[in-house]
Design a protein around this ligand. Structure first.
Ligand code: HEM
Length: 162
């Protein structure tokens, strides 16, 4: 199946038609999306602020153990709900530049988090508690804040820009 046909097939599928014809389902799924990204971006930003030096009394590893499971669980709400919302208007969203930018920013945000956990946090024992974070950790925090703010901005603008 060609790419364009996949989007057409998704948009005309029975579940997508059903949601489009229901008054309540779309906003309900949107609420699930919003609750999901509140947990995701909320937990991620609190961790980013810690990397920037806020609440140094809490060891970075303790905060990570507390917050990161919430970030992971939230994906179970955000990604399926986002995909269902996408299905209902797949052809126009697939051609929408803002939607493309949003997906790229999400991938970059995951890559930034992956890099931090794999490389930057290797020597965490030397700055885990009451110490300033090294520049690479602070940079990871700032990049994360900017990328997630960008994702939310694109998500909100989807309704207004083609
Ligand atoms: C992972 C983090 C994500 C964040 C922070 C996020 C953020 C947002 C925001 C702020 C909105 C606007 C909500 C509103 O105005 O009521 C939105 C809507 C939407 N998102 Fe996401 N989103 C994420 C992931 C995804 C994914 C993975 C997809 C698709 C596969 C997706 C598809 C959509 C769609 C289709 C809409 C509805 C646009 C509309 O109705 O105008 N989102 N998102």
């Amino acid at each position: 199946m060609e790419e364009a046909n996949v989007f057409e097939w998704l948009e005309t599928s029975a579940p997508a038609e059903y949601i489009r014809h229901s008054h309540l389902l779309y906003p309900i799924i949107e609420i699930i999306h919003i609750v999901g990204f509140v947990f995701l971006v909320g937990s991620v930003l609190l961790f980013d602020f810690r990397l920037l030096g806020i609440s140094k009394k809490i060891p970075v590893t303790d905060l990570a153990r507390h917050l990161l499971p919430w970030s992971r669980r939230s994906l179970l709400l955000v990604i399926p709900s986002g995909f269902i919302l996408f299905m209902t208007q797949a052809t126009s969203l697939a051609a929408n530049r803002v939607f493309g930018i949003k997906l790229i920013l999400i991938l970059l945000a995951f890559a930034n988090a992956g890099y931090f956990h794999r490389y930057t946090s290797r020597d965490i024992s030397s700055w885990n508690h009451l110490q300033p974070s090294p520049p690479a950790a602070r940079a990871a925090g700032i990049i994360s804040i900017l990328l997630w703010t960008g994702v939310i901005t694109c998500g909100r603008f989807l309704a207004y820009l083609e």
